[in-house]
Ligand binder design. Sequence first.
Ligand SMILES: Cc1cc2nc3c(=O)[nH]c(=O)nc-3n(C[C@H](O)[C@H](O)[C@H](O)COP(=O)(O)O)c2cc1C
Length: 244
Amino acid sequence: MIDEIREFYEKTKFKVGEVIEWVDEYKPPINWVKIFFKTYPRMKKISMDRFEDEGEFCRLLKDRESTREFNDSPIPFEKLNKILFYSFGIKNPEVSSEHTRRFYPSAGARYPIEAYLLNNNVEELNKGLYHYNCKSNELESLLEKDLSLESSQIFGEAYKGNPNFIVINGVISRTEVKYGINAYRFALIESGHIGQNISLLAQKENLGCCALGGFDNDKLSKLLDINQEDEIPLYVFSLGNLKQ
Ligand SMILES: Cc1cc2nc3c(=O)[nH]c(=O)nc-3n(C[C@H](O)[C@H](O)[C@H](O)COP(=O)(O)O)c2cc1C
């Protein structure tokens, strides 16, 4: 990985104790909660429609919200399968591999993203760590183990209710060969595209999910057994049944 990217990642990764705990009595400073808007008060304005009832896709956009309280019950394997496939999968596997495309855009079609699942709570799937092999559309079992201790150490409060975690990693060198130092920015942008797919698919499947930037990068990398020179955790989504 290019030195500047490595240095930036090192300086911006979360460590144990830096993860913000979302507890009820938490009272953030005002400039953490005040939302700012840019306006041009003196300029001419064209009014626009806010739209109501535009069909399922728009309803999913509207209803998506972060879930931080999960019901400790397993999610159906089929729902997990659907979310992983439409977030990370290959949509045209019949073509030669260099022409395959995904459900999200990727700078220069370099596809630096890898996906993992920390399965704490999925029906018909042994608890443990999996890699999603997008080429074969299979989950590769890396570790069969109850990961509740690791989940609480890596994700803190976000583990409340025993959700699963989808981990989005970047193999930055795949994009660096074409875009140099821009590779890290592009990998983050691509994670965002995928994250939106995960969020909307979870909403469609009536599951809860939450985007997580606050996780312990080093502990997660250790669990995944990855060398941060090659591959780095970028973004995580918790996923579970909604608390009724
Ligand atoms: C990049 C990113 C990182 C986030 N990290 C966390 C996190 O670590 N913990 C958490 O509880 N929520 C996290 N969130 C969720 C935001 O707090 C949430 O999206 C925001 O409050 C707006 O609420 P909504 O998602 O319900 O619309 C993150 C969201 C984004 C986009």
